[in-house]
Design a protein around this ligand. Structure first.
Ligand code: NAD
Length: 281
């Protein structure tokens, strides 16, 4: 049976360390979260982020905008937060309502306040190994959890399923920077199990419930499940068929309790880092 990589427990350790650091700071880190519209999952995510930020002693402000917010209203808010000296980190919760194009607004956020690391300057710096102000929280959390469990990334055959700007692409860059051999698979990939069976480390980030079954996984592989979806009873599920895959994997992340809490912990770590960095200017 595979050992579980406990993201919940590790994220608690990380958050406790951040809290200790924040206690010693005169100027508390401040996080501004922008939520547009009524997406139910986003409402929950934003409340959790707000709660965690406050528990750590951060200043946390959430801007809840109505579903029919105009492009100009959202632009103005972002530009004002860019100028606001009391805001260290800006998070634009995605998805946005259909009439708003995310990339237009992501590119407006000051890269020094871009807590998600989605701005092209931060993505470009990640690509070129040249110190992004922040690295995307979920991929950062994946690497951190692998390291906590002493997984050898260097030289490992690593397969990432998913090629999104938020998860798959930045994750593949981080793995490359750690000297892994990286294959990125996606919805148009042919013979997916044939590819994933070669992975020493298999990371799935698709949101397709139960996509990764036992026959996708090489014996002894490390399996990381980033996916979040809900079954017919509303229960949270990952991409990986946990029961059967844990019989062949050596290490595995659960859903929930794996990458989800690591992502929140990395968001807080990024907020603290941006705040310390902004204090230098
Ligand atoms: P996305 O929809 O932008 O991308 C999904 C990716 O999966 C695409 O690149 C697509 O090509 C690929 N894909 C879809 N169907 C596939 C298939 N049948 N075979 C192979 N590849 C397939 O989603 P995203 O933003 O990258 O998020 C992916 C998943 O991770 C979602 O379930 C999301 O909820 C979850 N997520 C979790 C966290 C967390 O904190 N745990 C954070 C971010 C995203």
């Amino acid at each position: 049976m595979a050992q579980i990589m406990d993201g919940k427990a590790y994220s608690k350790e990380i958050l406790a360390q951040i809290k200790l650091k924040v206690e010693k700071l005169q100027k508390k880190p401040s996080l501004a979260v922008i939520l547009v519209g009524n997406d139910p999952a986003s409402q929950i995510y934003v409340s959790n982020k707000e709660k965690t930020a406050r528990e750590l002693g951060f200043i946390s402000k959430t801007y809840r905008l109505k579903e029919n917010t105009s492009s100009n209203e959202l632009k103005d808010l972002i530009l004002n937060l860019n100028l606001d000296e009391d805001t260290d980190a800006i998070l634009l919760q995605l998805p946005l309502p259909k009439h708003l194009i995310p990339q237009e607004f992501i590119e407006l956020i000051d890269p020094k306040k871009d807590v998600d690391g989605f701005h092209p300057i931060n993505c470009g710096r990640l690509l070129t190994n040249s110190s992004p102000y922040a690295v995307s929280c979920t991929p950062k959390g994946v690497i951190k959890l692998l390291k906590k469990y002493n997984v050898e990334i260097q030289g490992a055959n690593t397969v990432v399923i998913g090629r999104s700007n938020m998860v798959g692409k930045p994750l593949s860059q981080l793995l490359l920077a750690q000297n892994a051999t990286v294959t990125v698979a996606h919805s148009k990939t042919k013979n997916l199990p044939e590819i994933t069976q070669k992975a020493d480390i298999l990371i799935s980030a698709t949101g397709i419930k139960g996509l990764v079954t036992r026959d996708f996984v090489k014996s002894g592989a490390v399996v990381v499940d980033v996916g979040i979806s809900r079954d017919e009873n509303g229960k949270i599920k990952g991409d990986v068929e946990f029961e059967e895959v844990s019989k062949v994997a050596s290490l595995i992340t659960p859903v929930p309790g794996g990458i989800g809490p690591m992502t929140i912990a990395m968001l807080m770590e990024n907020t603290l880092e941006l705040s310390l960095n902004n204090a230098k200017f």
